[in-house]
Design a protein around this ligand. Sequence first.
Ligand code: TXA
Ligand code: MG
Length: 309
Amino acid sequence: MSSAVRRAAEVLRAGGLVAFPTETVYGLGADASSAEAVARLYAAKGRPADHPVIVHFASADGAFTFAREIPDAAHKLAGQFWPGPLTMVLKRSPLAKDFVTGGQDSVGLRVPSHPVAQALLREFDGGVAAPSANRFGNVSATTAAHVVEELDAEFVLDGGPSEVGIESTIIDVSSLKLVLLRPGSISKERIQDLLKITIHEKKSNSPRHSGGLERHYAPKTPAMLVPPHELDAEIARRVDTVAVLAFSKPDERVDYWIRMPKEPQAYAQRLYAALRELDSARCATILIESPPETAEWIAVRDRLQRAAG
Ligand code: TXA
Ligand code: MG
């Protein structure tokens, strides 16, 4: 185990904040058992105090100490998808305090697979509360450099670019009716296939779940989703500068253009870095060519819709 990981665990134990890589996005971590550490975390992110935060562990055994009821479905999901990009919301145990649950009776738990996250969580040997390492409402960070641009962390562990690129799938397993709270790379269909039950979709945009706020994961430049067949006309209509995120080849009328992969996983991996890059081009508008309306694009479409507010 590297000395950087050892030092990062010491920072956590001392109540400090450590940014660390996960396979989804970078997290900004604090000791989940310390009210002071978690308060600093919320302040650094600029996040409202009543928003719950996901608690990360090295293993399912560790994670389940924060839950008081572990239904069969949770064991199955853990067996299949942990470590990995899945967060489960479960009824909390007394170890999951109000300051990580936002005062709710449930807690979000995740066991990330990234080797650096695993090393840190094993070395720390406890729960690490970690939202995505970006300022509240901004685009998540998928590299250590993004984190440094965004936040003041005492310690940033660099684990290279995040492989998945978008935040974990969140599923609420705290009641009999299982609800998908946030789509991610692990699809609803895969979960249904495993559990052989219907997973419901979240209905309202509850503020309890900040990824559920309409404008979130958003660049500073106003962004707009445009159907593929309207992109050309939309570009022609614009009098101000535009930056474009599209599947097609660059158009010479456009000031800044990023061409994206036609495959959803590869697209997700590049998405946040691309949005940051387009934002830094400081054009008047970002035009985003809509991906296909098929099931495999649901998680990407969700993030794009929020980026476009
Ligand atoms: O991939 C990820 O999940 C990343 C990495 C760092 O693990 N983390 C992440 O955290 O995206 P954050 O805080 O940016 O988003 C977590 C979402 C929030 O929308 C939060 O409200 C929701 O999870 N959440 C956490 N605990 C919850 C609970 N008990 N009930 C409902 N929603 C919960
Ligand atoms: Mg976030």
